[in-house]
Design a binder for this molecule. Structure first.
Ligand SMILES: [Zn+2]
Length: 286
């Protein structure tokens, strides 16, 4: 998942074809760390996520598996139902992203900065102005946002079909909406840097610049899904539903690049940032 420059500024997620380097911010901060016990619980939670990927009939297909699939026509039943799901959930995802952004700005103590609040208001307005999802066969397993057309999320048909649950779909919609919130000026860079720095400290991985933005987008996705689950209780286990927000990262071929952590390290970073998610994945399995 990344931002890239083409003729128009474009954000593409899940494609590793292009790279854009962005400035890295290192504000002064207290270093976070994880105890050996917390690390062990985190690995156990990853096990739950990727076991559910095999057991859950509505699990999200892993990114590497999606990449290997043949293109899927717009009119195929899977692409159509995915497209309907995405369009139906877009208003919910927008609301959840706005709430998550407000929650994160408090959590990362940015709520007292007047300039950040001003940027946050503009970011929220951009999220609220997103109108539709455009299914696209050529985009395959990617979702993307053209910042020249910020009201539309373009969604590859393979990706639409590979996200087989509302939870999986909300997490990717929220990820794209976070890119839109950040916009072409990186308006939320203070938040992105704070999240990236904390994730780096907790995992020992280098999560700055574009990697920090992608992890922040994924974090917003996971938070949105968690809030969605709370508001729509059902018969399925909480762990199964939570797992769907991150399990597209349960790949066999675990490769990252300059702008992206590898998928499995992405799960690691998200769970490190979100210990309540770890607890719920382990404790609410049944
Ligand atoms: Zn992305």
């Amino acid at each position: 998942m990344k931002k890239l420059i083409s003729v128009t500024l474009l954000l593409v997620c899940f494609s590793a074809a292009f790279a854009q380097t962005k400035p890295v911010l290192h504000p002064t901060r207290a270093h976070a760390s994880m105890s050996p016990e917390a690390k062990a619980l985190l690995e156990e939670a990853i096990g739950v996520v990727c076991t559910q990927a095999k057991l859950d009939p509505k699990s999200s297909v892993a990114i590497d598996e999606m990449q290997a699939r043949p293109s899927l026509p717009l009119q195929s039943p899977e692409a159509r139902s995915g497209s309907e799901r995405a369009q139906r959930l877009l208003p919910v995802a927008k609301e959840l992203v706005v709430n998550s952004l407000q929650q994160l700005s408090t959590e990362y103590r940015l709520q007292d900065s007047r300039s950040f609040n001003q940027r946050l208001r503009q970011a929220i307005a951009r999220v609220n102005s997103v109108k539709r999802v455009r299914p696209d066969m050529e985009s395959r397993d990617n979702a993307s946002v053209y910042l020249s057309r910020p009201h539309v999320i373009t969604f590859g048909t393979i990706f639409l079909a590979g996200l087989r649950s509302d939870e999986g779909m909300i997490s990717v919609l929220a990820h794209e909406l976070m890119h839109i919130a950040d916009g072409d000026n990186d308006s939320l860079r203070a938040l992105v840097a704070a999240v990236g720095n904390k994730a780096s400290d907790l995992t020992g991985l280098a999560i700055h610049g574009q990697r920090g933005e992608e992890v922040t987008c994924d974090l917003v996705g996971a938070m949105a899904v968690r809030a969605y689950i709370v508001s729509t209780p059902g018969y399925e286990s909480v762990a199964r539903r939570l797992a769907r927000s991150i399990q597209h990262n349960c790949v066999e071929l675990d490769e990252g690049d300059e702008d992206h952590l590898s998928p499995r390290n992405t799960i690691r970073a998200l769970l490190a940032l979100n210990p309540s998610l770890v607890r719920e994945l382990i404790n609410d399995r049944f």
